[in-house]
Design a binder for this molecule. Structure first.
Ligand SMILES: CC(C)(COP(=O)(O)OP(=O)(O)OC[C@H]1O[C@@H](n2cnc3c(N)ncnc32)[C@H](O)[C@@H]1OP(=O)(O)O)[C@@H](O)C(=O)NCCC(=O)NCCS
Length: 150
């Protein structure tokens, strides 16, 4: 299937929150997405299927020449169709066009799907943040910090 990317901003906060809630156990609401867009250097993109419905999103924050990938997700029913690759490609190209020399991200150590995707796309682990994530059941998990030179 062919997925197309579109740059999105504050006016898409509700659509982003809806996608986020369908991708993560602990969703970010639209007010949180609105507040991200108040920060200089924040950019986001949404992936759309042929029927023009959004199927995934990516949110990044460029600070000087470093870009942090804050979040990305693909609706469960559209996973393993290459959308994650499209989102990551959009994020890295946009960041590079904006002057980024590197992209960093944190990923839950238990999230093998995302780690496989990032590693396949050239991200390398450089540190671990202990107990960085809290799960809805109260348990905690480490974050793996990854980086890719752009
Ligand atoms: C991680 C995520 C974004 C991947 O999206 P996706 O659209 O399914 O990824 P793609 O189809 O582009 O996969 C590209 C490659 O990544 C790897 N990959 C993706 N999902 C995988 C899985 N569940 N297990 C193992 N490898 C996986 C594979 O190498 C895959 O290539 P292949 O399908 O040819 O084997 C998606 O699983 C997701 O939204 N998860 C929940 C939210 C999340 O974890 N976000 C990332 C952390 S911020």
């Amino acid at each position: 299937m062919v997925y197309r990317m579109q740059a999105v901003g504050r006016s898409h906060a509700k659509a982003l929150a809806e996608l986020h809630a369908n991708c993560f156990a602990k969703g970010w609401n639209h007010l949180e997405f609105e507040s991200f867009f108040e920060r200089a250097g924040v950019f986001a993109g949404m992936a759309y299927g042929p029927d023009k419905k959004p199927v995934g999103f990516v949110l990044c924050w460029l600070i000087e020449d470093q870009c942090d990938l804050l979040s990305m997700g693909v609706l469960p029913e559209h996973r393993r169709e290459g959308v994650g690759l499209v989102l990551l490609d959009y994020a890295t190209h946009t960041a590079r066009d904006m002057g980024a020399k590197a992209m960093t991200l944190e990923v839950n150590i238990t999230n093998t799907a995302a780690q496989t995707l990032y590693q396949q796309q050239g991200f390398e682990k450089f540190s671990i943040r202990k107990d960085y994530y809290s799960h809805p059941d109260g348990s905690r998990a480490d974050a793996v910090c990854m980086k890719k030179m752009l």
